[in-house]
Design a protein around this ligand. Structure first.
Ligand SMILES: [Zn+2]
Ligand SMILES: [Zn+2]
Length: 293
């Protein structure tokens, strides 16, 4: 019997918009977007939110790093961890960093702005790792060895890119940041994630928040409701779904409460928490939690 190859996803940051540390976000975590994806001996990462600092600490313990970094977009919560990503400082490390152009700007330009005095004391030319920047068009398919990376345009202010990685007969997709259409389904997203084994998807708001029945209406802010995320996952035939990009004001108890209402009896969907690791193709019920995360 052949043994399935390692195809795992670890979430180092799951919070949306701004880091949210504190007593009420301990269980789900307060760091912004950072994912680590292992496809055999290949390392991918998604985004550079504050969670990437922790990914960096993990990689520093493991020796030379060769990684492909996929950027969903360039909003602050997805790039603000870069200045504290220690592997960028280490000679011999190599990163291939992919992003679309957002309002004519790619990730290299945003990094130059971040690594710039007086905002930050380290400049880009002090980074000793090899950084190779690549531009993609949403809709591109990128073949990276035995991993196929498909991309799709997500509806979000300034646009965002959804990713789908197919490897060893299994698939993982990450679609955040994204807002559902006013009516019907987002066919681009549904096509991208069709029959995917594991999906993480923007699910920021309750219906009441989105409609303005509780605080300001969030429609047009670029993020989806929990029910819309689940409806799209269902329509696409996603086998397992992780609700992602938790609202910065959402407490652990509130997430648990929403889960009790929305996800009762669901074994295929959950709110993802920082530090969780999932093997793509396996059921969701028993995520590993890695020591030290
Ligand atoms: Zn975001
Ligand atoms: Zn965004």
């Amino acid at each position: 019997m052949s043994v399935a190859k390692d195809f795992s996803v670890k979430f180092w940051g799951v919070r949306g918009s701004i880091p949210a540390p504190g007593a009420h976000t301990v269980r789900y975590g307060g760091n912004t977007t950072s994912l680590e994806i292992r496809c055999g001996d290949k390392l991918f990462a998604i985004d550079g939110g504050t969670g990437i600092r922790l990914l960096g600490e993990s990689l520093m313990r493991a020796g030379p790093v060769r990684a492909t970094l996929l950027m969903t977009h360039l909003h602050l919560d997805h790039v603000q961890g870069f200045p504290f990503f220690a592997p960028f400082l280490v000679p011999g490390n190599r990163f291939d960093i992919w992003s679309a152009q957002h309002n004519g700007i790619g990730v290299a330009e945003i990094m130059r702005q971040l690594f710039n005095q007086p905002a930050f004391p380290i400049s880009m030319d002090m980074l000793k790792a090899d950084l190779h920047f690549h531009t993609l068009q949403p809709g591109d398919t990128l073949q990276m060895g035995d991993v196929t990376v498909r991309t799709g345009l997500l509806h979000h202010p300034g646009d965002a890119v959804g990713y789908r990685l197919d490897y060893d007969g299994r698939s993982f997709a990450h679609c955040s940041d994204w807002e559902q259409p006013d009516t019907g389904l987002d066919s681009t997203l549904v096509d991208l994630v069709r029959d995917v084994d594991l999906l993480s998807i923007d699910a920021t708001y309750t219906d009441d928040e989105y409609a303005g029945r509780f605080g300001p209406a969030r429609r047009g802010w670029g993020h989806a409701t929990h029910p819309a995320a689940l409806a799209h996952a269902l329509a696409a035939g996603a086998r397992n779904t992780l609700l992602f990009h938790h609202d910065s004001a959402r407490t652990d108890d509130q997430l648990d409460q929403i889960a009790r209402t929305l996800l009762a009896h669901r074994r295929d969907a959950r709110f993802v928490a920082e530090g969780q690791v999932f093997q793509v193709g396996q059921p969701l019920m028993l995520p590993e939690r890695v020591a030290g995360s």
